[in-house]
Ligand binder design. Structure first.
Ligand SMILES: [Fe+2]
Length: 305
């Protein structure tokens, strides 16, 4: 009742403020547009992250090295740290690419297998195909050394030799590549263990020759500052082991290796360490808990002329 005693008019029904806003078509359109932009940003971020984590393909990296000891150009294809990875069935994508590159020799710089997996058929199958492309030279990484030499649970070396692969376990061969006389060696010793007698026997004989010295050695640390092989007459060393630092930080390089810690001195590329051109592959696979991020598997091609 009103103060005057007349019946009160029913109050006009009014929607709550929030409901009004929802029904405002212009506002709803704006909201939808914002949601759409947000979803697109999230999708792009997911796409980008997926791309950074995509290790299902490999990239070619080319290096050119000039050396007066080399009379006629030669092409080396280096594979390292495959860790039983496969690119297509029986590694057909890798084999086809190597065929296309027409190498004069193929170098495998260790860790092609995983020491905790006795099935090494991926590497045997790969080598069976590659020996028909060019001569294949193979040195041990820490994984091969562990199962072939330390545990003696694998006969991979014998299987590869049967296929015609040149397994270079602390030994070298003198070969002729396009008229260039090359002493190609493989060093299996871990850094810090060079003084072992069997390593020394090979090493002293190897370094005495005058030929071009091409060394397959898994560990690039031999050529880091204060490395044990600095100042030797190795002309070129083909290395792996560091997997490009697992995570590549744009503008900064490889982040980490379990044995080397954060930001190792080198994680990939080519550099001159006193007398030696060091070629460091980022590798073709992985065996660490840390995934490869922004670090696609890499096939290295070195043209020496
Ligand atoms: Fe490795």
């Amino acid at each position: 009742m009103s103060p005057a005693g007349t019946p009160e008019e029913p109050a006009a029904m009014s929607l709550p403020e929030e409901t009004k806003r929802k029904k405002d078509p212009a506002r709803r359109k704006k909201l939808l547009r914002r949601m759409l932009i947000f979803l697109l940003i999230v999708a792009a971020a997911v796409w980008k992250v997926m791309g950074l984590l995509d290790n299902s393909y490999f990239v070619d990296t080319f290096y050119q090295i000039e050396d007066e000891k080399i009379q006629n150009p030669m092409r080396i294809v280096e594979l390292a740290d495959l860790h039983l990875n496969e690119f297509g069935e029986d590694n057909i994508e890798l084999v086809e690419e190597i065929k296309r590159l027409k190498p004069d020799l193929i170098a495998m710089a260790g860790d092609m297998i995983n020491q905790d997996d006795p099935d090494t058929s991926v590497v045997v199958t790969l080598c069976r195909q590659l020996v028909d492309v060019a001569p294949v030279y193979f040195c041990y990484g820490n994984h091969e050394k562990q199962v072939i030499r330390v545990e003696q649970t694998s006969t991979l070396n014998l299987e590869l030799e049967e296929l015609g692969v040149h397994v270079l376990h602390n030994r070298y061969e003198t070969i002729n590549v396009n008229g260039n006389i090359i002493d190609i060696g493989g060093l299996s010793a871990n850094p810090g263990t060079m003084e072992a007698e069997y390593t020394q026997r090979f090493w002293q004989a190897y370094l005495q020759t005058e030929n071009y010295h091409l060394l397959l050695v898994h560990y690039p640390q031999y050529f880091f500052s204060n490395g044990e092989l600095l100042g030797t007459n190795i002309d070129m060393a083909l290395c792996g082991h560091l997997h490009g630092g697992q995570v590549i930080i744009p503008g900064k390089g490889g982040l980490y290796h379990p044995l080397e810690g954060f930001f190792p001195e080198h994680t990939d590329g080519v550099w001159q360490a006193e007398n030696t051109w060091v070629v460091l592959s980022r590798g073709l696979g992985n065996h660490n808990k840390v995934p490869r991020i922004n670090n696609p598997p890499e096939l290295v091609i070195v043209d020496v002329y």
